[in-house]
Every structure is written in C-alpha cells, then in structure tokens.
Design a binder for this molecule. Structure first.
Ligand code: COA
Length: 300
C-alpha cells in the first residue's frame, strides 16, 4: 500500500469510495468537490489517498483552521474501502496528517465540525468502526450534538402577521441583497465573527440565501440557508443579537429560510449542529434525525 497526495484526477474514484463507505451520508460528486477543493483551507498535502496497485482503497482529508484561540486540526473526511479494513490503512493515513498538524503548531484535533465547510458536526456513532478508531488513536468524547430535520411538505411558513407586528415595533425583515453585503459582514464581525464565512457563501447564491432583520439604523439578526453542503437543504447559520432576543425575530427569520427552501423544491430541511432543540421543534416541527459525538485530541 502506498500513500500519495490527493489531486483532482482522483476525484471521481475517491468520491465513489466515500459514497460506498459513508453509508449514513450522501456524497454526490458535486458535494465531494465542495468538501475538498472548494474548502477555503484545502491543502493537497493534508488530503491523502491510499492505493493498492492502481486502486484507491482509502482517503483522508485534514484541514487546519485558525480560530480565536489558536490552530485547530480537523479530520474532515476519512474512509477505507470495505475489503481493505483492519489493515492499518486508516491508521497510516491519520498518522501522516497528525504529524503535519503537530509540525504546524496545532493544539487540538477534532473530527468533523470543521466549520464553515464540514460534512458532519462530529462522529455519527452508527459509524462504530470510526468510534473505535478515534478512541484507539487518543481521541476523547467531549460533547454531543444533533442534526434536526424539518419536513417542509405539510407545513406553511407564513410569516405575514408576525412581520406586521414587528413592523409596528419598527423592525424590518427582508431578504439580503448583494449591496447589503458590506454592512452585514461588518456587523457580523462585531457580534458573530464565527459565521462570516458561511454568510459569504450565502452571497454566492442567486438569490442571496440570507434574511436579515433590524431597525432603521441597526442590524439585529440574520438567518441563512444553503451555505454548506449545498444542494442538501441545509439551514443556517442564524443568530439574533442579545438585545433583540425574545421578540419573535428569530422565528420569523427561520421560517423565511424554510419557506425559501420549500419554494426551491426541497421537501425537507436539515437543521444542523443544534443548539436549542425546542426552538426548532416549536417553530418548524423539527425532529432529531442524527446524533453526533464530538471527539477531540489535545496535543501538547
Ligand atoms: C473507520 C475506518 C476508516 C477505519 O479504517 P481501517 O483501515 O479499517 O482502520 P485501521 O485498520 O487503521 O484501524 C486502526 C485501529 O482502529 C480500531 N478499529 C478500526 N476498525 C475497527 C473495528 N471494526 N472494530 C474495532 N476496532 C476497530 C482498532 O483499534 C484498530 O487497531 P487494531 O486493528 O490494531 O486493533 C473504516 O472502518 C471506515 O471507512 N468506516 C466507514 C467510514 C467511516 O466511518 N468514516 C469515519 C466517519 S467519522
């Protein structure tokens, strides 16, 4: 078995191995491209394939993101072809990127959750081999989270009355337009800097897949959709400034996004990495659909 850096010529075959191995997920070619070369921090020296002869038998993608408290390494994708498992292929792929993480001063490695571009917010324990693999490699479970699903088919997300009430209190609600971009990004920098990249993705969609709310002089809340895992009905992120919470603004913005997804032909919306489950259950009848265990390994 030999390990080489990933390059575009391997994309079709590697996406196919991901599809066959990641059986709880979907991985069409366009999504594989979004996860790999379209990631803003994509590096082909952290994206490796294992080959047996000319056949690709394993794949790992690592990314390094610089967060406020330092560099984090992420195992973003990992899979080994079924017939070649338990032969230390994943181990060798992982160790190569771990060495690179260490050499570059990464302090913590996590699995999945490499926002703004990630497939899953942790390890789905239905991938039990992966649970064993990461625990064997020194990872510790530190939290869990879930993705919810809202069935869009039998729900109306009419917000007219709620919007009228908000208008009377001098709040506006609207879909963002391209020329709103700069002031939105500036405002996010002050209140929700972690979500800037995902919101920038919303501006690449046509129409802009972002709704905003505020008063004449001030932005107060936003919600977005189709900013990650595009084509899957992905909702989020959303945020309401602390001073504007409890007024129903978030609920209206959520429904505006879900209605937009519905109008675009989606039959369900995925509400990932939640957060306040009751808020989504109440406003969108969203139910827990998948559970993720969050793993990390501290390097020191
Ligand atoms: C998880 C996965 C990548 C492991 O690949 P692999 O090449 O078989 O793993 P390795 O042979 O390198 O395993 C290294 C260690 O991990 C643990 N491990 C891996 N698979 C295991 C299994 N089926 N049962 C128990 N332990 C396992 C073992 O401790 C193993 O060491 P050992 O063989 O000396 O006991 C592979 O099972 C896979 O592709 N699964 C489906 C996709 C997936 O879950 N991806 C990760 C999503 S987060």
């Amino acid at each position: 078995m030999n390990i080489v850096n990933y390059s575009k010529e391997y994309s079709k075959e590697t996406a196919k191995i991901c599809r066959q191995s990641l059986t709880c997920d979907i991985m069409p070619d366009y999504l594989f491209k979004e996860k790999t070369i379209l990631d803003p921090d994509y590096r082909n020296d952290l994206t490796l394939i294992a080959r047996e002869g000319n056949e690709i038998i394993g794949f790992i993608q690592g990314v390094i993101r610089t967060r406020q408290d330092g560099k984090y390494g992420y195992v973003k994708l990992l899979c080994v072809e079924k017939d070649f498992r338990r032969n230390k292929t994943a181990q060798r792929l992982y160790k190569e990127i771990e060495q690179k993480f260490i050499a570059e001063g990464v302090k913590v490695i996590r699995v999945g959750e490499s926002y703004p571009n990630y497939l899953t917010p942790g390890v789905d324990p239905f991938y039990t081999e992966a649970v064993c693999f990461f625990e064997r490699n020194g990872f510790v479970k530190f939290n869990d989270t879930s993705n919810l699903v809202s069935d869009l088919t039998h729900q109306s997300f009419d917000t007219q009355d709620d919007e009228k009430k908000l208008q009377k209190e001098n709040f506006f609600v609207k879909r963002a337009e391209p020329n709103d971009r700069d002031r939105i990004i500036e405002w996010l920098g002050e209140v929700f800097p972690g979500w800037i990249s995902e919101v920038e993705e919303a501006f690449k969609n046509n129409p802009v897949s972002l709704f905003i709310a505020g008063t004449a002089g001030k932005l107060l809340a936003f919600s977005a959709y189709e900013t990650n895992n595009k084509g899957t009905g992905w909702f989020g992120p959303m945020g309401t400034d602390a001073e504007a919470r409890g007024k129903g603004i978030g609920a209206v913005l959520l429904k505006k996004c879900l209605n937009a997804l519905k109008e675009e032909g989606f039959v369900k919306a995925i509400i990932p990495w939640v957060g306040p489950i009751p808020f989504y259950m109440y406003n969108a009848n969203a139910k827990v659909n998948r559970i993720f265990w969050r793993y990390e390994k501290k390097l020191s």
